[in-house]
Write a protein that binds this ligand. Structure first.
Ligand code: GTP
Ligand code: MG
Length: 294
């Protein structure tokens, strides 16, 4: 009896040992089974499928970050720039824009410059649409609008006034027929800087007609046009070039004593027609001279 009990205990132990060996072998060698791994003090497990999934997800292309430059894929730091980073904007301004301008070259061009926040975009909007708007975003690069006037196509071209864009201003002088320089009449702290930038441009383009707009005349703190005349040292240009200085408001058109933007537009159109006429007369005289000398 005792021998029988011993035999059944031995058989039971052998079956248990065999079961354990089979369980371990099953987990180890059959794919898709859970695999045990010891990490630190905790036991963690994962299936072979988990591993396969992990490996394949590594190969999937990472999602494109929407705040990356469309051209060079660099991260965009500037929150205003939606598509291009500042380096690519600078590159376009430096290399591509002049050729772009020759492609879309219009009959006459008015170059609108001035420090950032002076009101260039607001004025261009008002001149080209005959409507004013109360808000405007800073120009990162350039901004254009077109006016048609008695057979003349006029392009209004603004190059942004922030410090990094001011270095490109002079590249645009050659194509311009008139320069409109916009000043924020309330920004007395930066008038000295505006004067410096204006005279730097005038030195490079001694023949370019100049129109200065003392903008934001609707503001109580605005300096008068005679203050702006002396702050910008416009007397230095007397007898050297034709200068027109007008007070404007781009948000309340024709406010108080300021000149209405409709009048500014008519004056600019008239000037450009005169320039065109004198160019035509000169060309006519030149071709006559050429014919008689043949
Ligand atoms: N009160 C008043 N605000 C103005 C006038 N003109 C423009 N502004 C405001 O001044 C701010 C700057 O105007 P913009 O037209 O963007 O100036 P900008 O010269 O184009 O500036 P950049 O593009 O950064 O070079 C905006 O909030 C305009 O609404 C004006 O005549 N009167
Ligand atoms: Mg602007």
């Amino acid at each position: 009896m005792a021998a029988l009990r011993n035999l059944s205990m031995v058989i039971g132990a052998a079956v248990a040992a065999l079961g354990s060996v089979l369980f371990i072998a099953w987990n180890r060698y059959v794919p898709g089974r859970r695999k045990w791994r010891r990490t630190g003090y905790e036991l963690e497990y994962r299936t072979m499928c988990d591993q396969v999934n992990k490996e394949t997800t590594h190969k999937v292309e990472p999602k494109r970050n929407p705040k990356r430059c469309a051209t060079c894929d660099k991260r965009i730091q500037d929150t205003y720039a939606k598509k291009l980073c500042s380096d690519c904007i600078n590159k376009i301004m430096k290399e591509e824009q002049p050729s772009l301008l020759t492609q879309i070259y219009l009959d006459r061009q008015i170059l609108v410059l001035g420090l950032d926040g002076a009101g260039k975009s607001s004025i261009i909007h008002a001149l080209s649409t005959n409507t004013t708007r109360s808000r405007s975003a800073p120009t990162h690069g350039f901004n254009t609008a077109q006016i048609l006037s008695q057979g003349l196509r006029i392009e209004l071209l603004e190059v942004g006034g922030s410090q990094n864009l001011r270095t490109y201003w002079n590249q645009y002088l050659k194509k311009a027929h008139i320069m409109v320089f916009v000043v924020d009449s309330t920004d007395d702290i930066r008038l000295q800087l505006a004067r410096h930038e204006l005279h730097r441009l005038l030195e490079e383009a001694p023949l370019l007609p100049l129109v200065v707009l003392a903008n934001k005349q609707d503001c109580k703190s605005a300096l008068t046009t005679s203050d702006i005349y002396s702050e910008l040292s416009l007397h230095r240009l007397q007898g050297v070039r034709e200068v027109t200085l007008l007070g404007t408001s781009a948000v309340y058109d024709g406010y108080g004593s300021s000149t209405s933007l409709q009048t500014v537009r008519s004056m600019l159109e008239e000037r450009l027609h005169k320039i065109k006429e004198s160019e035509e007369t000169r060309n006519h005289l030149q071709s006559n001279h050429h014919r008689t000398s043949l």
